[in-house]
Design a protein around this ligand. Structure first.
Ligand code: HAM
Length: 418
């Protein structure tokens, strides 16, 4: 038997209700903040991610599913949602509409990473992006949306950490300081960090190698290099979060793994989200559109990993509405009553009642067993006697009580009780 590719997962019918709960909560929270859903292609021109995500990131350097299509064009399965949404935003002229534009998405994304708990090659994200608003209120609203979503899922032990990584101008100073700090230590660091040193020294702070971590611990902090505007922006974000009752800590080591960020960056973490710990990450990215060759426009957003959220929900025992079984199973016996059951089921469905009938010519006992496995709320038995009476024997599967119910009154009976 051909097996599932490494780092991917089937979502089985028994698990789907958890996903639907996540998706419903994401939609409801987004819509409360007046965000509208956007859907973009699963693959894009590779160039989009080279420019959008950034060619100094691990995602672009090591993790992209890139291939030539039959026309010889290089395409890439999206490793995240922000770049595709940015492209769609520009290409469809959304910048000409009402600003800020508020968009959300639920997508599958692909990264060729070493699979482990909470790290997959195909995973799912719920993300939100806002275009056009450059002030601290926008950052606070995006973080409040993320926080509201996690709270609506009933999560209590997810911690918010924020940082500011400044703008182009203050970061230049910072890069200089990092250069001075790392240059005498570089001989003792990994090959990737040596490359990062030349291209984007801040990336070094994100390195997971132990020998690099011991050097990054004492590195200069971006927070000490913020220019006046970036500092004021960060102070305002913190003030708004505090006033909104959103708990956070400032963690100067958050730099995020993508190149497009500026100013505010944030992560929601949990011990239950696998080795990575980050369930949701995001930040401001005012330079992205310009980096993609477009007119600059401020933007801020986040994405949450759905698989990691499910791990955290399980660990925290978060409440999930139980999946409902079918409302009514109609059990027939001999040919005529089976046919009647079939036609009654058609009529009931037409009136909005979910039901099932026997499709395998099973005995009545076997039909009851099946109905029970399917979580049917009621079983309506129709035999010869019931046919001639024009009424079914309806059993409530929760308390085993039975009642005779006229066929013509079945819909009303079921609707009133389920
Ligand atoms: P990211 O931090 O790369 O940011 O990913 C966001 C979330 O996706 C992570 O916190 C994690 O929960 C989940 N995730 C990432 N990689 C994997 C994986 N291999 N397996 C399972 N889950 C994973 C972004 O993607 C940005 N686009 C977020 C953003 C939106 N920033 C601004 N707007």
């Amino acid at each position: 038997m051909i097996q599932i590719p490494k780092g991917t997962k089937d979502i089985l019918p028994s698990q789907v209700y958890l996903w639907q709960h996540l998706e419903k909560t994401a939609r409801e929270t987004s819509e409360k903040f007046a965000f509208k859903e956007i859907r973009t292609p699963v693959f894009e021109h590779t160039e989009l991610f080279l420019r959008g995500v950034g060619d100094t990131t691990d995602i672009v350097n090591k993790e992209m599913y890139t291939f030539l299509d039959k026309g010889g064009r290089s395409v890439t399965l999206r490793p995240e949602g922000t770049a595709g949404v940015a492209r769609a935003f520009v290409e469809n002229g959304l910048a000409g509409g009402a600003l800020p534009a508020k968009l959300y998405y639920m997508i599958s994304a692909f990264r060729y990473e070493r699979p482990q708990a909470g790290r997959l090659r195909e995973f799912h994200q719920f993300g939100a992006e806002m275009y056009g608003a450059g002030g601290a209120f926008a950052d606070a609203e995006i973080i409040s949306l993320a926080d509201g979503f996690l709270k609506a899922l009933g999560l209590k032990k997810v911690a918010l950490q924020i940082n500011s990584i400044g703008c182009k101008s203050c970061r230049a100073e910072y890069h200089k300081a990092l250069g001075e700090y790392f240059s005498p230590r570089l001989f003792d660091m990994c090959g990737d960090c040596k490359t990062r040193f030349g291209k984007n020294p801040m990336r070094i702070l994100d390195c997971k190698e132990e020998r690099c971590k011991k050097h990054t611990a004492g590195a200069p902090r971006m927070l000490d290099f913020l220019c006046g505007d970036c500092r004021a922006h960060f102070e305002e974000v913190k003030e708004l979060l505090a006033a909104s009752g959103i708990a956070f800590t400032v963690n100067p080591s958050i730099v995020r793994g993508l190149d497009y960020y500026s100013r505010t960056v944030f992560e929601f973490t949990s011990d239950a989200a696998g080795a990575q710990g980050t369930v949701l990450g995001g930040g401001r990215y005012d330079g992205l559109l310009e980096q993609m060759g477009e007119k600059p426009l401020p933007a801020v957003g986040f994405a949450a990993g759905m698989e990691r959220l499910l791990m955290v929900m399980e660990a925290e025992n978060a409440p999930v509405p139980q999946e409902e079984g079918v409302c009514c199973y109609l059990a027939g016996m001999e040919k005529e009553s089976r046919k009647r059951a079939f036609l009654l089921a058609e009529a009931l469905r037409g009136q909005g009642v979910s039901c099932e009938v026997d499709l395998m010519e099973r005995s009545l006992k076997a039909q009851f067993k099946y109905a029970d496995k399917r979580g049917a709320r009621f079983v309506a038995v129709i035999g010869e006697k019931e046919l001639s009476d024009g009424a079914a024997e309806v059993k409530d599967m929760r308390n085993s009580a039975s009642e005779r119910v006229k066929f013509s009154e079945l819909v009303q009976y079921l609707k009133q009780r389920s």
